[in-house]
Write a protein that binds this ligand. Structure first.
Ligand SMILES: Cc1ncc(C[n+]2csc(CCOP(=O)(O)OP(=O)(O)O)c2C)c(N)n1
Ligand SMILES: [Mg+2]
Length: 553
């Protein structure tokens, strides 16, 4: 029906059939055929400056659109540069389709350009960090395998998948075969388990919901709030679950990660007689270094049965999709008054409000330096409710955890924590949601890893704002060096760099912010600027108590 096409053209056509609008990549000899075919396609190819950014962009695009972000890279170095972001997307359950070239099969084993000891090395590396993988062995397989890849990446637990295509296949000719796009699978649980869970939730005196990142992956926030409202159950979250529920929802009590976390959440966890955990791995960060002690009655809902009872024995395991299972539960809630310990609920709300004021007071009393939270408070005056804020590894993501603002979508790599995530991610976020404000919030060290992507934002004229916390150091690490190594800062002090000048010189708007007085105006200017802007905010780390000290106390 479509006539005979080259393998490279079939790849592009198959991606179009999946509805792909943007694709992130860096070409190389082995994959140039596909780039050439992309020239005739409506798919917009985003050229990044380094492959780790290709992966971070595809990851963030997937988190926002809940359809796989597509990464297109060349054989050998191009593919292997993707290992870290793909690993992060795997751990943090983000849908992604990686298409990597492989050397020409006629020359395998002869030491061809970009070849490792054996082509299987590249393949096997990705086998460890992707959910599903395939090597295409004939032009006739392309359509079916690409169709399957998109299904695998989004079904059940979303995760990256890997397609490897030897260079010679791009030249082979074949037919394009249309496969019916498969709807991603969402599974619920048996009705007797729904009843059992509901009874446990109704009988408990002080139940708590522990919401993890799975709630966001499954797009289950609405159902989560409905369940909590109807059953009058407070919600605490893990870091990955941070924006699963708006901070201003009356039963939303913040981070509930054991030792690390908000005061009200800690109090709730101390008193809870039942925990309903949803979409969490209960990993080291989610449990405040395993200081979280869930009550004996633990209902654990997760799409991946391997995560259930891994770290804490579940009294009721529920293997299913969060959105589906929460809807099943909501449907069965009886029409009757639910009695809870209202006095306690009021107490928790009071603690939450007091803590909010206490944090604000701390921020206001930081007279001699701009406080990172002050940036977020001021920023909030200019942000729409649906703005997207992307933080990085290091302190930026921890400050964002304390961010007391209502409903912005927060994206940060809390599960795997790779530096360099935020800058490429704001690009992908803006492409995925062109009508939303997109803000990056990162440390200077993280900027130095992937900051060149600021040029990518300029190239594609994307209206994004990046805030760099300028302290000339890996601040999160110097905190530990102060604690453990008597303040010996070995390997943690950065070379000074004029980030604002870099932004200006490369065609964006860069503003150096050295004093509190200029902060608000600079934020306003940056947000009003149509195009990429960068705020280079100088923070005197000696004057700001480390965020970890507060979070870990
Ligand atoms: C790719 C990668 N390399 C190293 C680390 C270890 N690490 C975690 S945080 C950090 C320093 C972060 O520095 P910066 O971005 O300036 O943030 P700050 O802590 O200063 O706020 C390092 C080196 C990491 N998480 N990821
Ligand atoms: Mg820093």
């Amino acid at each position: 029906m479509f006539g005979i096409m080259k393998g490279s053209e079939i790849v592009v056509k198959a991606l179009e059939e999946q509805g792909v609008k943007h694709l992130f990549g860096i070409p190389g000899n082995h994959i140039l055929d596909v780039y050439d075919a992309l020239g005739k396609s409506k798919i917009k190819t985003i050229l990044c400056t380094h492959e780790p950014s290709v992966g971070f962009m595809a990851d963030t695009y997937g988190r926002i659109t809940r359809t796989p972000g597509v990464a297109l890279v060349t054989a050998g170095p191009g593919a292997l540069n993707m290992v870290n972001p793909v690993a992060q997307a795997y751990i943090e359950s983000s849908p992604m389709v990686v298409i990597a070239a492989q050397c020409n099969r006629n020359n395998w084993g002869k030491g061809c350009y970009h070849e490792l000891e054996h082509p299987n090395v590249q393949y096997n590396i990705f086998k460890e960090i992707t959910k599903w993988q395939t090597r295409i062995t004939s032009v006739n397989e392309i359509c079916e395998k690409i169709n399957e890849a998109f299904y695998q990446a989004t079904s059940n637990r979303p995760r990256p998948v890997y397609i490897e295509i030897p260079e010679d296949i791009f030249q082979e000719e074949g037919e394009f075969i249309r496969y019916k796009k498969k709807a991603s699978l969402r599974i619920g649980v048996e009705s007797k388990l729904v009843e059992k869970a509901l009874n446990m939730l109704l009988e408990a005196k002080q139940p708590v919901i522990y919401a993890g990142g799975g709630v966001i992956c499954s797009d289950a926030s609405k159902e989560l709030i409905e369940l909590s409202k109807k059953l009058r159950i407070p919600i605490v979250t893990s870091m990955m679950g941070k924006s699963s529920v708006p901070v201003d929802y009356e039963f939303s009590f913040g981070l509930g990660t054991g030792k690390v976390g908000n005061s009200a959440a800690k109090e709730i966890l101390k008193n809870a007689d039942l925990m309903f955990a949803i979409g969490t791995r209960f990993d080291e960060v989610a449990t405040g270094f395993f200081t979280l002690k869930p009550p004996k009655k633990l209902i654990h809902l997760d799409i991946d049965n391997k995560e259930i009872s891994k770290n804490y024995k579940a009294s009721l395991p529920l293997v299913g999709d969060a959105k589906m299972v929460l809807s099943q539960l909501i449907e069965k809630i009886p029409e009757k008054n639910i009695n809870r310990d209202e006095k306690s609920l009021e107490k928790f709300k009071k603690i939450k409000n007091e803590e909010k004021l206490e944090i604000k007071k701390k921020v206001d009393s930081a007279k001699e330096s701009i406080h990172p939270l002050e940036i977020l408070y001021k920023l909030d005056e200019f942000l729409d409710k649906d703005a997207i804020i992307i933080a990085d590894a290091g302190n930026s993501s921890l400050w964002v955890c304390e961010y007391p603002v209502a409903s912005h979508r927060i994206i940060a790599p809390y599960g795997y924590n790779s530096m360099g995530f935020a800058i490429p991610s704001i690009i992908a976020a803006k492409l995925a949601s062109p009508n939303k404000q997109v803000i990056g919030f990162c440390g200077d060290g993280s900027f130095l890893m992937t900051g060149m992507e600021f040029l990518t934002a300029i190239k594609y004229n994307l209206d994004v704002t990046l805030i760099v916390l300028h302290e000339n150091r890996y601040n999160i690490l110097t905190f530990f060096q102060d604690m453990k190594y008597n303040g010996r800062y070995i390997g943690t002090i950065l070379k000074t760099f004029d980030f604002a000048k870099f932004a200006n010189d490369s065609g964006g708007l860069g503003i150096k912010v050295e004093s509190k007085e200029n902060l608000k105006d600079a934020i306003k200017q940056a947000l009003e600027h149509k195009g990429p802007s960068l705020l280079d905010v100088y923070i005197d780390h000696k004057k700001i108590p480390p965020v970890l000290k507060r979070l870990r106390s």
